[in-house]
Design a protein. Structure first.
Length: 137
């Protein structure tokens, strides 16, 4: 019977492709977001176009924050081997922190972006981050 299992080299190669995709995704999403922002206007695209911009902004922020947290956890692991942050916790934390630019853009678009609003958003994100960190511990 032939061996149908993947050789370990194949697994490593597919894992490295996925990891490199994680690092490329923010660049691709930034290009798509910039294209959409430069080629459309809110008056011509309507509600769906505005929703697409907010979703693209969230996706870009999520991927960029996740890459930053992933690289920071690798650096922290090299400096202090006993401390490690797993990818799941980084992803959950990135999901919360990626809301910051979306909230700021939403408030700015309706003309309600003041210092108190920014402070409230930062307090909300701090509480949500604390909750996520405690919940995934």
């Amino acid at each position: 019977m032939p061996n149908t299992l993947e050789p370990s080299g194949e697994r490593k190669r597919s894992s490295s492709i996925i990891r490199s995709g994680i690092y490329v995704l923010p660049i691709v999403l930034a290009c798509i977001l910039l294209y959409v922002l430069n080629t459309t206007s809110p008056t011509t695209t309507g509600v769906m176009g505005i929703l697409v911009v907010f979703l693209l902004l969230y996706a870009f922020s999520l991927s960029a924050v996740f890459v930053f947290l992933h690289l920071a956890s690798k650096l922290l692991k090299r400096l202090r081997p006993k401390i490690s942050i797993d990818s799941r916790r980084s992803y959950y934390l990135a999901m919360v922190l990626a809301l910051l630019p979306v909230f700021l853009l939403a408030l700015s678009s309706i003309g309600q972006l003041r210092a108190t609003d920014v402070g409230l958003i930062l307090c909300f994100l701090a509480l949500a981050s604390f909750y996520v960190i405690r919940r995934t511990a």
